[in-house]
Design a protein around this ligand. Structure first.
Ligand code: GDR
Length: 343
């Protein structure tokens, strides 16, 4: 392969490319003429989605964020212009049972990396840190913005808050270019079913196709600010094109309950009112500590980076339901039914 520097291609390293955001970000960077390297801890199972990307300027490498030396070797060898840290534990529910792993991957390993970048004089590398709305925890402030105090209540939230604070300190004290994106829930057909949105759209599609008779969830009253992942990776990229690194809230500014999401999904699956017939709850799916409501104020991001979402709540749900119906039809050899999602 030709030397990307000679061709003036920018080089990006995505730590944790195998998830939803890794896919959308790699796709965006390739479109923007980057050479993209992505790391994964599951090299044997590179997803069909990643395989579908233009492979000319894309490669997947085995690496684990907890192995600081390995990550630094990769950085010194490949000399990326931009590093996007998307790796680590992403499920809040999982983090309650895996405190130590969550803190190690999401906080301590990241802080070790910041420290090494500073010591090795690599402050010019532009670094994106995936912070999260979960850091606001049981906040009483609505909507939240970049200055809202952090009050995390889950191991995941604590880990993200630690790394977020460290990013700010290394930015201010050591001059590292670290932009932290405080992202609210962002979804797509690529989301695993361990997250509530995809569990709902997959469940609604299965019921529509006669493959299942119920959808079982935990807390239906929790309210979240849900946007489309494809829009949110645009914001990540824009943060690293800015003159100076900063914190940025990426959100829609709207909040909906889990039950709203279910009703909308049933509507687009052609099962209007299906909540009363198919929806069940199970107390085992409730979390030890729950955040009742989160909603972000993206005005700084809109103003500074000129970032705006392109997909609204209804279209997001519709897109996910349509994709799940299509996928299940292919997997099960079924004919696609006529549903409003395809109108
Ligand atoms: P969240 O997303 O915890 O907000 O973190 P998730 O989709 O897991 O939960 C959202 C809300 O739905 C409620 N819920 C359920 N959740 C799951 N997973 N499964 C269920 O069956 C269920 N029933 C109800 C939850 O209690 C919660 O209130 C996501 C992740 O992507 C993080 O990585 C990211 O940082 C934040 O969003 C912003």
């Amino acid at each position: 392969m030709a030397d990307p520097k000679a061709l003036n291609l920018k080089t990006a390293l995505i730590l944790g490319v195998s998830g939803q955001d890794g896919y959308y970000l790699a796709k965006l960077l390739l479109k923007n003429d980057y050479k993209v390297m992505g790391t994964t801890r599951h090299i044997d199972s590179t997803s069909p989605a990643l395989k579908s990307l233009d492979q000319k300027n894309f490669s997947v490498i085995y690496a684990d964020i907890r192995d600081t030396e390995g990550i630094l070797n990769l950085i010194t060898l490949k000399k990326p212009d931009e590093v996007y840290n998307l790796t680590g534990v992403s499920s809040v529910a999982y983090s309650f049972e895996h405190n130590e792993e969550t803190l190690e991957a999401n906080a301590y390993a990241v802080i070790r990396l910041f420290e090494s970048l500073a010591q090795m004089g690599l402050a010019k590398i532009k670094f994106y840190q995936a912070s999260s709305s979960e850091m606001f925890g049981k906040t009483t402030i609505t909507p939240q913005n970049e200055t809202t105090p952090l009050n995390p209540v889950s191991p995941y939230g604590v880990s993200k808050a630690l790394a977020h604070r460290a990013a700010d300190r290394f930015r201010k004290n050591e001059g590292l270019f670290i932009a932290s994106g405080i992202l609210y829930n962002h979804e797509s057909p690529m989301r695993p079913t361990t997250f509530v949105t995809r569990k709902i759209t997959n469940g609604a599609a299965k019921i529509k196709l006669g493959l299942s008779s119920e959808l079982v969830l935990g807390n239906l009253d929790a309210r979240r600010d849900w946007g489309f992942a494809g829009d949110y990776v645009e914001a990540m990229w824009q943060m690293l094109q800015a003159e100076t690194p900063d914190d940025f809230v990426v959100a829609t500014g709207e909040t909906h309950s889990v039950l709203d999401f279910v009703s909308t999904a049933f509507k687009y699956a052609g099962l209007p009112g299906g909540e009363s017939k198919y929806l069940k709850t199970d107390s085992h799916l409730l979390r030890p500590t729950e955040i009742h409501q989160l909603v972000g104020d993206p005005s700084k991001t809109s103003k500074t980076l000129n970032w705006h979402r392109s997909v609204n709540f209804e279209d997001l749900v519709k897109k996910m339901v349509a994709s799940d119906i299509e996928l299940l039809c292919i997997q099960n050899g079924l004919t696609k039914p006529e549903v409003p999602a395809f109108n």
